[in-house]
Structures are given as C-alpha cells and as structure tokens.
Design a protein around this ligand. Structure first.
Ligand SMILES: [Zn+2]
Length: 455
C-alpha cells in the first residue's frame, strides 16, 4: 500500500502521541544503546512518544503502540539544530552597507562604516529578524559573536540581554565578545571581560591586529593571549576566538592559542572558528598544530559557506581554493568540529537565511563530508550540543523537550539532495506555526513593531 503523502499527514495536536516508523541518525540520539540495528547510513528505526511537550520514550520500532499514532513510514526525525557561530548584530545590512567587491578587507571596512547605525532599535529589528528566520527553519540554539568596540559595547550587550530573555523559551541565545584581541591589552579589556561576565557570555576576539587583515602572526601574540586568558580566568569565562581567517600561511596564531590554553589551565574550554590558513600550511606544520590542538582539547567551528565566499577572492579571477580548514584531519585526531552559518546578508557574506540545515547541506558538498554521509549530521547536532553544553538541543533525549524536525526524506541522500523547504518543525511537542519574516519588515520605520511581533 502506498504511504501517506507528506503533505497529507495530519500532524497531531494531542497532549500525548506516538511518532512511529521514524528514521533517526544514530549520532543525534543522546542514548542509542537500545538501537542495535542500523542501516548503511547509521540511521535507526525509532518510535517516539511525545507527552506533555517532552519525549517520554524513544525506542526501536516494533512494539504495538496505543493512543494517537502518526506513522512516518520511514521518514526522518531530527532534533532541532544549533547554529554555534553567527553574527546576528551584523545581519541584514547588505543593502545599506554593500561590500563593493566581496573581499574580506572591504567587508571589514564596510562594517566599520555601518556600525554607527547600530542603535538599539536598529539592532533589535535586525537581530529579531534573524532569530525569527532561524526559528522557522528549526534552529533552537544560537551562539552569536557580538562586535564589541568602545563605541558599541554599551548598546550591543544590553540588546543581547534583552533578546536572550525575550527569546528564552524559543531559542537559547549565547553571546561572545568580538574585537581584535590587541584592543584588550589596556583598560578596555577589563571592561569587555566585565561586561561579558555580567551577561553570562563568552570571551572572544579575533587574533589579528586592530588595523589589519589576518596577515602573518602578531609578534606579541603570546603576550596578547596571556592577557586574554588572564581576563577570562578572572571571571571564569570560556573562550571562543576568530582564528587565522585568511589564505596566508604565515597567519599561524592557532598553535599559540593551544599553547596559551595549556599554560592557563584552559584545556577543553576554548573554541576556535575558521582556522583557514592552517589548510595552506605544510603537512608537517599542520601535524604539529593538530597535535597541540588535540592536547589542549580545542574545539573547532568551520564556517564553510562564508569561507567559500570570502577566501581566494579577487575580482576577475576564478577561485582555486574552497577556503575551509582541515576538517577530516581534525576529526581523525578526535578534535571536535562543528559547522555553522556565520554571517548572514552582510558585508562578509551577501546571502543566507539563518538556516543551519542549509549550512549542513552545503558543508557536505564543500567539505566532502560524504561517502559515507554517516558522520555529517553530528557537525550541526551532537557536537555543538556537547561543545556549547546545550542539552535539549541538537540531540533527541528521553525526558528532554520535544523539539524536533520531520523531514520528507528517508535516506540521508534524499535529505541532502533537496532544500527540505517543506520540513515540519515542532516545539514543546506542538507543530510550530512560525514562518520566516517578510523582508519588508526590515524596511519598516517603526522599529517598535518588531518588539510587538516577538511578544
Ligand atoms: Zn564569525
């Protein structure tokens, strides 16, 4: 008998219901021990009982189930996803702040020119827009880096606190300070660390000088990192850095970061984003750096869509490099790697919609996370969930909140072959009605409407 068409499935509004005959990537289950039978793509067949907004049971398919039953006929159920590296405060400025040639240098210049426009209403409107896009796509946890400069810190961080509270039942929002780390050498560093601590954030920064591209390695990098880790330790903050985002192999701050993490007792507490230039260094240099990273238990976030866009770009010349770091080699060493969306419709990346599933699909292609596809889902689910201590997101857990996505795809190949625009997102056990906001909301003069829409 042919199965029910996806569009014809009657989604439940009951307090208690079973989803039966689902497929789930085994890595996206918190506890997969009961699932002994996996297919060639490491998918398991599962029945999931949703009760009072939580997963009451997740079991191998087989037993007879009672009550309201939705037969998924082998379609996939995923947990809602995590976007562990974004820039909500820069998002959706692409029209008013165009990057003339798409290069990193002009992105930096254009962003600096746009920052004076970042009033509280402007930040509120654009960040809310980004959060609403993410929610509609099935993202329930976001870590955003926040430009933290003397002229913006007193607006951006109060906005982070406001939005985190406003969104706490819908999206878990984490925030990381972002400025060149040499800016933190003086008194300003104390202010940044204090502000981050008061906001329960992460201490971040970019390891290039304030006035430069990611060229070479700053001579006093050890001293700068000592200052950063001292500030972090003083307030007991985890660290999340923008690292070596360039093609230039001379930019090699990553081994210094690993050494500083070990020096300061920060093993397992540091995340490094980008790490592009590592892929341009010699095999022996790569090996040495990966050894240090493994020892310091540095976690890595690769941003494949944005680095594909920014790296190896010169007007009139075809790029020869995909811009990404050595992800396979890292995974082989046991280094944790997550994939994330990074910028969205701003001068660093002209496109995007805060859809980490789209990032995942593109990551598979850009990074060759396939043949087999088995380990790829972890990069947007289980791994960032562990890295960011985001229980209840990125993995399906008995007793955890019933936040999940149903895809009209049975195999991982079907899943990554289509954009999955018809995916169905559930929050608190109920189908989510949220749709992506219309672009015209970004052009509205009345910034207060955004606050009203969120309420
Ligand atoms: Zn970034």
């Amino acid at each position: 008998m042919p199965s029910t068409r996806f569009a014809d499935i009657a989604w439940p509004d009951a307090r208690r219901y079973w989803l039966v005959n689902a497929r789930v990537p085994s890595g996206l289950l918190t506890d997969a021990r009961a699932f002994t039978a996996k297919d060639a793509e490491d998918l398991v067949r599962a029945d999931l009982l949703v009760e009072d907004g939580k997963f009451a049971r997740i079991e191998p398919t087989g037993d007879t189930r009672d009550g309201t039953i939705i037969d998924l006929d082998g379609r996939q159920v995923w947990p809602t996803l995590i976007d562990i590296h974004t820039h909500l405060d820069k998002g959706h400025t692409v029209e008013r702040n165009p990057n003339p040639d798409g290069t990193f240098l002009n992105a930096r210049i254009a962003t600096a020119a746009d920052r004076p426009h970042w009033t509280m209403p402007d930040l509120r409107r654009r960040m809310n827009f980004g959060l609403r896009c993410a929610e509609a796509h099935g993202v329930t946890a976001i870590r955003s880096h926040i430009d933290t400069y003397p002229e913006t810190i007193d607006r951006s961080w109060p906005m982070v606190r406001e939005l985190r509270e406003q969104w706490q039942d819908r999206i878990a929002l984490q925030a990381v300070s972002l400025c060149p780390i040499d800016l933190m050498m003086g008194d300003y560093g104390d202010k940044v660390a204090r502000t981050v601590a008061e906001s329960k954030g992460f201490l971040g920064g970019v390891t290039r000088p304030a006035e430069g591209d990611h060229a070479a390695t700053p001579k006093n990098i050890g001293e700068q990192l000592d200052r950063l880790f001292q500030l972090a330790a003083r307030h007991d903050l985890d660290v999340d850095l923008h690292v070596d985002e360039t093609h230039d192999p001379l930019a090699a701050t990553l081994p210094h970061i690993a050494q500083a993490a070990l020096r300061h007792g920060y093993k397992g507490r540091v995340t490094a984003g980008h790490c592009c230039s590592l892929a341009q260094q010699s095999e022996s240099d790569i090996d040495r750096t990966l050894d240090l990273m493994a020892e310091a238990e540095i976690a890595v976030v690769t941003l494949p869509t944005v680095n594909l866009y920014l790296q190896d770009r010169a007007t009139g010349r075809t790029p020869r490099w995909r811009g990404v770091t050595v992800v396979h080699e890292m995974l082989k060493r046991g280094i944790r790697v997550a994939a994330a969306g990074d910028n969205c419709r701003d001068s660093f990346y002209a496109y995007g919609d805060h859809d980490v599933f789209d990032t995942f699909r593109q990551a598979v292609r850009i990074l060759h996370l396939d043949h087999p596809l088995t380990f790829a889902p972890d990069l947007v689910g289980a791994t960032p969930s562990q890295m960011a201590k985001l229980d209840g997101h990125g993995r399906l857990t008995v007793g955890g909140p019933a936040r999940f996505i149903v895809f009209n795809a049975r195999s991982l190949n079907e899943l990554v072959s289509r954009p999955q625009a018809d995916r169905v997102v559930f929050a608190g056990g109920a189908r989510l009605a949220a749709q992506v906001p219309d672009y015209d909301e970004l052009w509205s003069d009345d910034a207060t409407t955004d606050a009203a829409r969120v309420a």
